[in-house]
Write a protein that binds this ligand. Structure first.
Ligand code: OAD
Length: 242
């Protein structure tokens, strides 16, 4: 692996995608055995899908909850959590993943832009009830309801909805001098454009690094492509930044 230097002034922005959790046993979305090979996105991950068949949507997310419960963080999650402890405020992590493997590895203040698998909320935006921790698996017939009468749904950002915490993410992108993206195919917006946003309006060039076994769709926007599995490349990369 080529040497990539990190200085004490650098601010590091890390973006993770499904690939970082693949070696923990959580299926990715695209590619061989990807989730969207077996299911149609429109039938499962959109407000329209929930209106049409909430039981089907809840079965899907209940299954994903059961899979995630049996998975453990891997060496890449652990390396990132350790790196965060070393860098403190100079480290920012945003994930598109809804699992909690970064937190299970010890990371804190992880920004989940696509929501959290183990949280639910009322579907009514004007309901005062906050999102809440929920690992329940709903088999289909009896679906959860809010006290206000609205339906309870997974606290996930579905297709057609606005990703969560975007102000915080954009501020961190404006601050960063190094951008590292791990295990994401680079096709889903706005995350696919973060690598471009990280470079915009900066007086010094920003190092932008992609880690994964294959080129993402936006590979041309990166200064470095570190080919390999997250568990192999991430600990080595972060270990070289001692
Ligand atoms: P994808 O499934 O699109 O891409 C997974 C990426 O991980 C691919 O580029 C693989 O090459 C890579 N990969 C596979 N194994 C890996 C490993 N061991 N180490 C590192 N990389 C590996 O997943 P995302 O790009 O994260 O959104 O998907 C983005 C969003 O699309 C998801 O958050 C989800 C989905 O639809 C919503 O549900 C809103």
């Amino acid at each position: 692996m080529q040497k990539i230097a990190l200085t004490p002034q650098d601010h590091v922005f890390v973006l993770t995608g499904a690939g970082i959790s693949a070696e923990s046993g959580i299926p990715t979305f695209r590619g061989v055995n990807g989730l969207w090979e077996k299911y149609r996105i429109e039938e499962l991950a959109s407000p329209h899908a929930f209106d049409r068949d909430p039981a089907l949507v809840w079965r899907f997310y209940s299954w994903r909850r059961s899979v995630a419960k049996s998975c453990c963080p891997n060496a890449a999650h652990v390396a990132l959590a350790g790196f965060q402890k070393r860098l403190g405020e100079r480290f920012f992590i945003c994930t598109q993943n809804v699992d909690s493997l970064h937190e299970q590895a010890g990371a804190t203040q992880v920004v989940h832009m696509h929501g959290k698998l183990f949280e639910s909320r009322c579907e009514r935006r004007n309901c005062n009830t906050a999102s809440f921790a929920d690992g329940t698996e709903y088999p289909g017939d009896k679906l959860p309801q809010c006290e206000c009468g609205g339906r309870i749904r997974p606290n996930i950002c579905w297709f057609g909805e606005t990703p969560h915490h975007m102000d915080t993410v954009m501020a961190a992108l404006a601050r960063c001098s190094v951008f590292v993206s791990i295990g994401t195919s680079g096709v889903v917006e706005p995350a696919a454009s973060f690598v471009a946003f990280a470079q915009q309006g900066k007086s010094k060039p920003v190092r932008t690094i992609y880690v994964g076994p294959e080129e993402p769709a936006n590979v041309h926007m990166f200064t470095d492509f570190l080919k390999g599995k997250a568990t192999e490349v991430v600990p080595r990369l972060l270990g070289s930044w001692k």
